[in-house]
Structures are given as structure tokens and as C-alpha cells.
Ligand binder design. Structure first.
Ligand code: GTQ
Length: 346
């Protein structure tokens, strides 16, 4: 038995490995300790993308290529432990997308699910299967798997949002599909606000039949989110680790709003000093308001408005907030929970 790394391998074993290697066979005992570990072993590391650093690059990208030519003009947020893999965490892709005034990002659809979290700008739209929604800072918007979507900016200012997609998960499963419809802008078939009227008020149409696992509500406006957080902050004690934290849900099921991406929002009161916490879902955070510090293992990440940062799986972390702070976050928690893998420790 050698479930621990072997320092010296005998000539006899080397010879054996070489012979079976030719038949595409390998000895488990040389790699078992890497495959089945006592705790999560992730290449993902803590990282922050400061708004002041990335904003000039995003705007510069707007001078180099149009949204139409790029199809999606996005700067990918690559985790330093996963360079070249287009991933913010091991399981999720994240990027910052720019659409300049007057531009469109042409329609397409793919099996990957996408979510947008609006970081800067006001008045651009995204269209999902025939319904447009106007974007405002702090809005959380879903593009469900295999739904047609195009983006446009009829406003006078650039719009920038964070995309999170389950690209690595779909890639792992070899289930990628994508299609272009042959038109750049899809026809609108529903009035803006129709889905919100149907699904956004704790009511459902009588004839409602789910199309899939993704929430039928695809726009969660920050105005409502912020109001909910303010009411909670004014009426209950904060959780010792999370402050006042809510998860975005599918109103028809009470489950996560998306099957592969869990989404959350939390308010840390001014002066909050949280307790240590860890969970198995590596998480991407976007700071909406306020500022503070995330102590992640031995690292300290300072964050302010519009900064994005990552907390890797199973790393102890705690939050401190200088001012009243709102954090949006996204992770693969629904996947882990569906597979009975998710763990947390406070
Ligand atoms: O807006 O459809 O950041 O297809 C990456 C791939 C955004 C999108 C991304 C995409 C999109």
C-alpha cells in the first residue's frame, strides 16, 4: 500500500508502469493521494479585481473592437490559479461585459446558463426569449440555458455588467451547444415587465407550468433587493458570519433561481466584524455599496464599490465592513446541493 507520495520508485515498478502505459493503463497508487484528498484541493486562489484597475482596460477594449464584431465584448476575470482557462473559480466563468451607447451584442443561444449583475451604467437592455428588460446598477438578471438573448444600449452612457456562466460545468459534462439565429436583434414578443408582473410579486399565473429548473422570473431589480435588506437591517440582529443575507430563488419552487449557479446578496452593517466561516462552494463576490475587508486564510482583501473578488472552496474567511456594505455573490452551490456534496462550517 502506498497511498502517500513515493519518493523512489524501484526499477521493477518503473518497468511495469512503462509496459502498462503503452496500453493506456496507469497505477492508481501513484496518484491516489492527489485524487482522493482529506479536504478540498483547489487551484482557485483568493483574488480581487479592483474597479479602478479594470475600468480603464474595459473602456480601452471599447476602442479596439465593437460589441458586434466581438459578439460579446468581455474582459474575462481569470483566477491567478487558473490562468488561460477562462475561469474565476474552478467551476464558474466570470467576465465584465461592455456595451457602448448605440451598440448591440447580436442574438445567440447556448446550453450554458448565464447571469448578469449590473455594475455600472443605466438604461441598456438585454432581451431574453422575446422580452426586454432595462438594466440598472445592482439588478440581477438571468439568461436561462438555451434562451435567445441579445444586448443593446440605447442610453447615453456605457453599460458594464458582470457575467457569470456555468461554462466549466457544461464543459466537464461535454454538453455544449450554441446557435445563432441569423438575425442580430430578436423580435420582442412580450411587453417589458410582463415576466415580473407574472412571477415577481409572490404570485403565479393559475396555468403556470415550469419550462425547466430555471426561475421564470429573469429580472430581480436592485430597488426591491435593497429595500428588503434595509428592512431586515433595521429589524433584526445580523448573522454573526453573513450579516443580513438572502438568496435569490425561483418563486415557483423556492429553490435556487438557476440550476447551476447560486446567487446571494448580503448587507454588512457599518462596523460589522464577522466570524470565521467556510463552505465548499468557491464564491465570486461583487461589492455594490460600501467598503470593507475580507480576511481569507492569511490573505486580506480590501474591497470597495464595483470591485470583484473570489473566496475559494473551504478557506476560512470573515468580513469586516467600514461602512454599511452590500455584497452580491455567485457560486456553484445548487450543483453541490443537488449532489449532496455541499458542506459549511461556521
Ligand atoms: O452575453 O451571451 O461573458 O455568450 C460569455 C459568453 C457573455 C453572453 C459572456 C456569452 C455571453
Amino acid at each position: 500500500m502506498s497511498a502517500v507520495p513515493q519518493t523512489r520508485i524501484s526499477e521493477e515498478r518503473k518497468d511495469f508502469y512503462a509496459r502498462i502505459d503503452k496500453g493506456h493503463v496507469a497505477p492508481l497508487w501513484e496518484v491516489l493521494h492527489e485524487l482522493v484528498t482529506p479536504k478540498p484541493k483547489t487551484p482557485c486562489v483568493p483574488v480581487v479585481w479592483k474597479w479602478e484597475t479594470v475600468l480603464p482596460w474595459i473602456l480601452e477594449s471599447g476602442k479596439l473592437i465593437t460589441a458586434k464584431e466581438a459578439e460579446r465584448r468581455v474582459l474575462v476575470l481569470e483566477n491567478p490559479g487558473l490562468r488561460g482557462k477562462s475561469r474565476a473559480t474552478h467551476s464558474l466563468y466570470a467576465g465584465l461585459q461592455l456595451v457602448l451607447p448605440g451598440e448591440i451584442a447580436p442574438a445567440h443561444r447556448h446550453s450554458q446558463s448565464a447571469m448578469r449583475f449590473i455594475v455600472s451604467g443605466d438604461g441598456a437592455y438585454t432581451a431574453v426569449d422575446g422580452e426586454r428588460v432595462t438594466m440598472h446598477v445592482g439588478d440581477f438578471i438571468i439568461t436561462p440555458s438555451w434562451t435567445w438573448h441579445d444586448h443593446g444600449n440605447p442610453s447615453k452612457e456605457p453599460i458594464i455588467w458582470m457575467d457569470v456562466l456555468d461554462i466549466p460545468i457544461v464543459e466537464l459534462l461535454d454538453a455544449q451547444f450554441m446557435e445563432r439565429p441569423g438575425v442580430e436583434i430578436q423580435q420582442t414578443t412580450r411587453t417589458e415587465g410582463q415576466s415580473f408582473a407574472r412571477y415577481g410579486n409572490a404570485m403565479l399565473p393559475l396555468e403556470f407550468k415550469p419550462k425547466g429548473r430555471t426561475s421564470p422570473l429573469f429580472w430581480y431589480p436592485y430597488e426591491r433587493t435593497r429595500e428588503a435588506l434595509a428592512t431586515l437591517a433595521g429589524s433584526e440582529a445580523p448573522h454573526p458570519c453573513h450579516g443580513h443575507k438572502l438568496q435569490y430563488v425561483n418563486p415557483a419552487t423556492g429553490g435556487a433561481a438557476m440550476p447551476t449557479i447560486g446567487t446571494f446578496v448580503q448587507l454588512l452593517p457599518k462596523g460589522f466584524s464577522g466570524r470565521d466561516y467556510r463552505c465548499t462552494d468557491s464564491t465570486i463576490f461583487s461589492c455594490v455599496e460600501g467598503s470593507g475587508r475580507a480576511r481569507i486564510g492569511a490573505e486580506v482583501i480590501e474591497f470597495g464599490p464595483k470591485d470583484t473578488f473570489v473566496v475559494p472552496s473551504w478557506m476560512q474567511h470573515r468580513f469586516e465592513a467600514g461602512a454599511e456594505t452590500v455584497l452580491f455573490s455567485a457560486s456553484d452551490r445548487p450543483v453541490q446541493q443537488a449532489l449532496d456534496l455541499w458542506r459549511e462550517e461556521a
